[in-house]
Design a protein around this ligand. Structure first.
Ligand code: DOR
Ligand code: ZN
Length: 351
């Protein structure tokens, strides 16, 4: 059980159920931030080329393990990228590999490296049936890409046009609606039963859409799904602190080099791995719900994925610190969330 005072909180070591680690130099830059805080992470497969087979996932896993700082205890949980060409046999191979824990659906064109994603969900129905059979969860980037649908409505329209049918057509399939951003998504998950879950990011809990325009255009607050109105942020906070096991932590920490964000056509993604659990602690403390943080961060995710909880713990202290302006080196500098500003919780102990 967690131990809590107003100044310090110890919780079972959390896991990050939605993370972008990238590859190469960027992987080496970002991995230590996650590995020091989290026991495990569900690693997104949107590399170039996408991680689309168990063999590719195995090779990527080995690159991640090789990039870990000495002494880290961190387990990457791999995912496959669903394409319209994914063979049914890939699902069985993924399940039997023991290292692939889910399959990720990107609508083609929805976000970073999603060109190989799905255009027509009906085309992957046989693969979804195999996932249901082999009990391999489906992780959904739940947005439509229809250009006539307003960018702020893409999640709600995905639920209406696709998710209701998916839930009906594959009743036993475990599904995670990733990085939920709207009250419509919260309502859907709550009504959809225990095989449906959702991850919630720190940035969607902390920021509403005004953050993209505060005093000027703020590319480092641009992510997908895009930040929403204050009332949606409030609905997410209520879901996160509710104790409902269908909601758990997934940062969607998504590093891009500074020049790719500060550009005429900037990439979507917010980097939060440098302070992920601390940012969630701020949200829970502000909502007077620090006693629910352990459930959301360390218990609900493993229960949904059928894995044991971590057995070690971390300690956070209510103490301000200043986030560096930049993280990394050379051409691959990242501007993290809260760059040059304070965070009110500090990681002080691990183990
Ligand atoms: O903001 C985002 N960044 N949303 C995504 O869906 C993808 C991610 C990335 O990979 O950069
Ligand atoms: Zn993501």
């Amino acid at each position: 059980m967690s131990s809590i005072t107003t100044q310090e909180i110890s919780i079972l070591r959390p896991d990050d159920w939605h993370l972008h680690l990238r590859d190469g130099a960027m992987l080496h830059t970002v991995l230590p931030d996650t590995a020091v805080r989290f026991g495990r992470a569900i690693v997104m497969p949107n590399l170039k080329p996408p991680v689309s087979s168990a063999a590719m996932a195995q090779a990527y896993r080995e690159r991640i393990l090789a990039a870990l700082p000495k002494g880290s205890v961190f387990t990457p949980l791999m995912t496959l990228y669903l394409t319209e060409a994914t063979p049914i046999e890939a699902i069985r191979a993924a399940k039997e590999s023991g290292i692939v824990h889910a399959v990720k659906y990107y609508p083609a064109g929805a976000t970073t490296n999603s060109e190989n994603g799905v255009r027509d969900l009906k085309k992957v129905y046989p693969v979804l049936a195999a996932m249901e059979h082999w009990d391999l969860p489906l992780l959904l980037h739940g947005e439509v890409t229809d250009p006539v649908v307003d960018v702020f409505d893409r999640e709600a329209v995905f639920i209406e046009r696709h998710l209701i049918a998916l839930r009906r057509d594959f009743p036993a399939l475990r599904m995670v609606l990733e990085h939920v951003t709207t009250s419509a998504a919260v309502d859907f998950v709550q009504s959809a039963g225990a095989r449906t879950a959702a991850t919630i990011t720190a940035h969607h809990l902390l920021l509403n859409r005004n953050a993209m325009f505060q005093g000027g255009i703020r590319p480092h607050h641009y992510c997908l799904p895009i930040l929403k109105r204050e009332r949606h942020r409030e609905a997410l906070v209520q879901a996160a602190i509710s104790g409902n096991p269908q909601f758990f932590l997934g940062t969607d920490s998504a590093p891009h080099p500074q020049n790719a964000k500060e550009s005429a056509c900037g990439c979507a993604g917010i980097y939060t791995a440098h302070a992920a659990i601390e940012l969630y602690a701020e949200v829970f403390a502000k909502a007077n719900a620090l006693d629910r943080l352990e459930a959301f961060a360390s218990r609900h995710g493993p229960a949904f994925y059928g894995l044991p909880c971590n057995t070690d713990s971390i300690t956070l202290r209510h103490e301000s610190w200043c986030v560096p302006e930049k993280i990394g080196m050379g051409a691959e500098m990242i501007v993290p969330l809260r760059a040059g500003e304070e965070i009110s919780w500090r990681l002080v102990g691990v183990g």
